[in-house]
Design a protein around this ligand. Structure first.
Ligand SMILES: [Zn+2]
Ligand SMILES: [Zn+2]
Length: 339
């Protein structure tokens, strides 16, 4: 997650990034559009343009913030394309760096937006941001986050844009087995929940190409949305198995460069999951702990007021996973203590 994926509620730097949008052809009919992100440790995300008749299918959109459409225009221009060429937007998942800019692109191009049907983890929050914030505050208190830190986080969140332009209108809700047609052939929708409930990969079987979103990244990096599904860690591990069986030869990820060694990347992710679960169990061995104390033990200096939100989300997912395997239990109420 630190260098790859981000939660919808990630914190961004107040300073403007000096990155600019860039576009490059990766293989015939596939362009990588590298779009800047204002997030610490995650300088950019990828949108992918896939040739489709007289235009392109755009997979992911980048987030929305002042100047972000100009970055997309610049990246498309370097690929010899324009927003008006976009015939369809498909989002790999409902995080702002992947769907935030969909509404203005769809409006300019006059095209549809497709995303997996479990998108409410994001769309409900954008429709009622105050309720979403209130929910996070309850979780923060329950997890033992100090009250003044929660207050400062809330102030920062209210001062920032959400990264989502307007309301995300979904024209078609995707499910396993749906297809997206391009000049390279049909891409199969592969449900890969874990990183987010709405996550899908797109697989082109004849060419063995995988658009992996944030499920599989060039540098192993984990993030899970807590609180929407029973066990995001287990879902993520199942999704790794599923993607490994596809036998893709080239992966086009949501962040970073394309890569080929799918089995190696899947194995590195499994190893990282096990290391984190071991670290959480080691933290619990020292006695009952709040989720916040476990996050401090597992992530050390990486846990700051800026990173606490997403590291806490991950920690809650590690704890929930161990609980479901009978290796941890929670007690008390506010805050909860895990042992
Ligand atoms: Zn991402
Ligand atoms: Zn993501």
């Amino acid at each position: 997650m630190r260098r790859g994926t981000l939660p919808s509620g990630a914190v961004r730097k107040p300073t403007r990034s000096r990155e600019v949008g860039r576009g490059e052809k990766v293989i015939a009919g596939v362009w990588r559009l590298r779009l800047p992100l204002p997030w610490p440790g995650v300088p950019h995300c990828n949108a992918w343009a896939l040739a489709a008749g007289p235009g392109v299918v755009l997979v992911d959109t980048g987030m929305h913030e002042p100047g972000s459409m100009a970055h997309l225009d610049r990246a498309l221009d370097q690929a010899g394309l324009k927003v008006e060429h976009v015939r369809l937007i498909v989002c790999t998942h409902a995080h702002v760096d992947h769907c935030g800019q969909a509404p203005p692109i769809a409006a300019r191009a006059g095209c549809e937006v497709w995303i997996h049907h479990d998108h409410s983890h994001h769309t409900a929050a954008t429709e009622d941001p105050e309720q979403a914030l209130a929910r996070r505050i309850v979780v923060a208190h329950q997890s033992g986050v100090p009250g003044d830190a929660v207050k400062r986080w809330l102030e920062r969140r209210r001062a920032q844009g959400s990264g989502q332009a307007g309301t995300l209108h979904v024209d078609r809700e995707l499910a396993e087995g749906d297809t997206v047609t391009t000049d390279l052939g049909d891409w199969r929708v592969i449900e890969t929940p874990g990183h987010a409930p709405s996550h899908v990969c797109l697989y082109q079987p004849e060419r063995r190409l995988l658009l992996s979103g944030d499920h599989l990244l060039g540098r192993p990096s984990l993030y899970f949305d807590a609180g929407y599904t029973p066990d995001p860690v287990a879902e993520f591990l199942d999704s790794l198995d599923k993607v490994e069986r596809l036998d893709a030869r080239l992966v086009l990820a949501g962040h970073g460069r394309p890569f080929t060694d799918v089995a190696g990347h899947v194995a590195a992710n499994r190893t990282l999951v096990q290391e984190r679960l071991d670290a959480v169990q080691a933290a619990l061995a020292a006695g009952p702990r709040t989720a916040y104390e476990v996050a401090q033990a597992v992530y050390g200096d990486r846990l700051t007021e800026v990173t606490a939100n997403w590291l806490l989300s991950k920690t809650l997912c590690w704890l929930t996973h161990l609980e479901r395997r009978g290796l941890a239990e929670r007690g008390g109420d506010s805050p909860e203590r895990w042992s």
